[in-house]
Design a binder for this molecule. Structure first.
Ligand code: UDP
Length: 417
C-alpha cells in the first residue's frame, strides 16, 4: 500500500514531495492546530479533511478541532459572514453575546491544547475570538480568512477587527480580499486534493451509474452547478440562464447542493430555488448529504459544462474541482474565480444570466472548444491549485514565523528520507 506522499508523487512528481519533506523536517513533532466551525460542508472543511493527514505523514503533530455552538451562534456568524462580503447586516447585542460566549466555552474546552500548541490556525470569523481568551498561549496564532473582505459592512468589520488584530499574521486567498491590519498579511490561495473521493478518477461506467440513479440522461447535454444553496451562489440566476439556453437547444440543468452545518439560511434558499424551478422535468435539484463526494465527482465529470455563477465568492473550490476534471467552467466574474478561470482561455467569466446563456450556447455548439478549454483548465490546476502547493506555502510560512528571527533557516533532508 502506497503512503499518501507516494501517491501524490505520481501526480505532482518526486521533486515536489522531496521539497515538502525538507520543509517539514525542522517542524517534526511540532503541534499545529487548525480550528474552524464545521466538520462537513463548505470549502474549509474540505481542505482540512485532507491537509491534516498529510501533515501528520510528514511528521508534524497536526490536529483539527471544530468549535460548536447553538443556533444563535450560527445566526450571528452567518450575519458576520454576509456583512464581511458586503451585505448590510444589523446584528443585535444578544447575537454578539452568543458569539462571544460560544467562543469562551470552546476556549475552555480546548484550553490546554490551545495554550501548548506551537502554531494555531484559526479559520474564518467563527472562532476568531478564541485568541482573545487565550492569554496564556505559547505559540504563534494565524488568522486564515477564506472570504472576500474587500468591501465589508464597516460596523461589523470594525467589531471583528478587534479580535483579529492580535494575531501574529493573517492569510488571505487574494490581495484585494484583505483589509489593512497591523500584522503581516500573507497570500495563500486554497487548493484541492486530487486523491480525495471528490476528485479521484472515475470510469465512464461509474459516472453513468451515478447519473442514472438521479434520472439524468447523458445523451442530452448536461450543465451543472454544485453549491450550497446560498444567494451569493446565484442559483436563481443559473435557472434563468438555463431557461434562455433551452429556448434554442435541448439541455438539462443540475443544481446540486446540501447545507453546511454552519449555514442556517440554506433551507430557505432551497425553497426559493424549488419554487422558481417549478415542475420543469429538465431541472434536477439534488439535495445532497454532506458526504456525497463520489456523486459530486460523477456529476462534475458527467457534465458537458460546469457553471459557478457566484455573485461573490471566496475562492470557489467547485471551480477548481471541475477544472481538474477537464471541464470548461462558466463562472461569475468575482473573487478567487478570477485567479482560476482565464476568460476565453480555459472558461468564461460572466456577470449576468444572459451572458451565461450566451457562453453555454457557444460551447454546446463547439465540442472541440469544450475539449481544448477543459485541457487547459486541468493544466492550470495541476500547476497552481493542488494541495501539495498549498502545503508548501503553509509550511514555509510556519518556518518563517518560528525561525524568522534567526540569520538563516537550515532546511535539509533527513538522512533516512
Ligand atoms: N460541496 C459539497 N456538497 C455540497 C456543496 C458543496 O461537498 O452539497 C463541496 C464542493 O464540492 C466544494 C466545497 O463544498 O469542495 C465548496 O467550496 P467552495 O469554495 O466552492 O464554496 P463555499 O461553500 O466554501 O462557499
Amino acid at each position: 500500500m502506497k503512503t499518501l506522499l507516494e501517491q501524490y508523487a505520481t501526480i505532482v512528481g518526486n521533486e515536489v514531495i522531496d521539497h515538502l519533506k525538507q520543509l517539514a523536517n525542522p517542524l517534526r513533532g511540532m503541534k499545529i492546530i487548525h480550528i474552524n466551525s464545521t466538520k462537513e460542508g463548505g470549502g474549509v472543511a474540505e481542505i482540512l479533511n485532507r491537509l491534516i493527514p498529510l501533515k501528520r505523514e510528514l511528521g508534524i503533530d497536526a490536529e483539527w478541532e471544530v468549535i460548536n455552538g447553538n443556533s444563535e451562534f450560527y445566526q450571528c456568524t452567518k450575519k458576520i459572514h454576509n456583512a464581511l462580503q458586503g451585505n448590510r447586516e444589523e446584528i443585535s447585542g444578544n447575537l454578539y453575546k452568543a458569539y462571544e460566549e460560544t467562543n469562551l466555552q470552546n476556549y475552555e474546552r480546548l484550553r490546554s491544547r490551545l495554550e501548548e500548541a506551537s502554531i494555531v490556525f484559526i479559520h474564518d470569523p467563527q472562532p476568531a475570538p478564541l485568541l482573545h481568551y487565550c492569554s496564556g498561549r505559547k505559540g504563534k496564532w494565524l488568522w486564515r480568512c477564506h472570504i472576500d473582505v474587500s468591501h465589508p459592512f464597516r460596523p461589523v468589520w470594525k467589531y471583528l477587527r478587534n479580535y483579529v488584530e492580535g494575531y501574529n499574521a493573517s492569510i488571505w486567498s487574494l490581495a484585494n480580499f484583505a483589509q489593512p491590519l497591523a500584522h503581516p498579511l500573507y497570500l495563500i490561495p486554497p487548493s484541492i486534493d486530487p486523491l480525495s473521493k471528490k476528485n479521484l478518477e472515475l470510469t465512464d461506467k461509474e459516472i453513468t451509474g451515478f447519473l442514472d440513479e438521479w434520472n439524468i440522461d447523458r445523451s442530452i447535454p448536461v450543465i451543472t452547478q454544485v453549491s450550497r444553496f446560498d444567494r451569493f451562489k446565484d442559483p436563481i440566476g443559473v435557472i434563468q440562464a438555463f431557461k434562455l439556453v433551452r429556448k434554442y437547444t435541448p439541455v438539462q440543468l443540475v443544481l446540486a447542493g446540501g447545507g453546511a452545518t454552519d449555514d442556517p439560511e440554506g433551507t430557505q434558499v432551497l425553497g426559493e430555488v424549488k419554487e422558481f424551478a417549478g415542475s420543469d422535468p429538465d431541472i434536477h435539484i439534488l439535495e445532497l448529504p454532506p458526504d456525497a463526494h463520489l456523486l459530486i465527482n460523477a456529476l462534475q465529470r458527467g457534465s458537458d459544462i460546469v457553471l459557478q455563477k457566484s455573485l461573490r465568492e471566496g475562492f470557489g473550490l467547485t471551480v477548481t474541482e471541475a477544472m481538474w476534471k477537464r471541464k470548461p467552467v462558466i463562472a461569475g466574474h468575482t473573487g478567487g474565480i478570477r485567479l482560476q478561470v482565464i476568460n476565453h482561455y480555459n472558461g468564461f467569466l460572466v456577470n449576468t444570466p444572459e451572458g451565461t446563456a450566451l457562453r453555454v450556447r457557444y460551447l454546446l455548439k463547439h465540442p472541440d472548444i469544450i475539449e481544448l478549454m477543459g485541457k487547459r483548465a486541468h493544466q492550470v490546476v495541476l500547476d497552481n491549485f493542488l494541495i501539495t502547493r498549498q502545503l508548501q506555502e503553509y509550511l514555509t510560512l510556519v518556518l518563517a514565523l518560528i525561525y524568522g528571527s534567526e540569520d538563516r533557516i537550515e532546511i535539509k533532508m533527513q538522512a533516512t528520507a
